[in-house]
Design a protein. Structure first.
Length: 121
């Protein structure tokens, strides 16, 4: 919204960059490769900072990727109560079934709640 991009699926333009260039005077979008490089560098630097205190987490950060970031966003949004369609639209998925792969934690919680609701008393 800050960049005045359309927020409804019927008004999305496939050629509109979702992430702008990091150059101040450029209206072009950042390339996928460039975004991947920036994200990897960020995770690497964060791993260096926490290495001494938490080497296991540091190693996870070194293996992280931009896809991991999207997966984390979707999983946390759904776990905090966001509607599946809202997350689908935020990730720009064409199909709800693509987004539903992030429901795994909710499915575990739902199964536990049903099991407890119908447990023998």
């Amino acid at each position: 919204m800050e960049r005045r991009l359309p927020v409804t699926p019927t008004r999305w333009h496939p050629n509109t960059p979702l992430i702008g260039s990091l150059e101040q005077d450029s209206a072009a979008g950042i390339s996928g490769v460039r975004l991947w490089e920036i994200t990897r560098r960020f995770f690497s630097k964060a791993a260096e900072v926490i290495e001494a205190d938490n080497p296991v987490l540091a190693e996870k950060l070194r293996r992280a990727s931009p896809h991991w970031t999207l997966h984390t966003h979707a999983t946390h949004a759904l776990a905090r109560g966001a509607d599946l369609t809202t997350v689908r639209d935020n990730l720009r998925h064409a199909s709800i079934s693509t987004t539903s792969i992030y429901l795994h934690s909710d499915e575990v919680k739902r199964a536990k709640q049903i099991r407890e609701a119908f447990a023998a008393r």
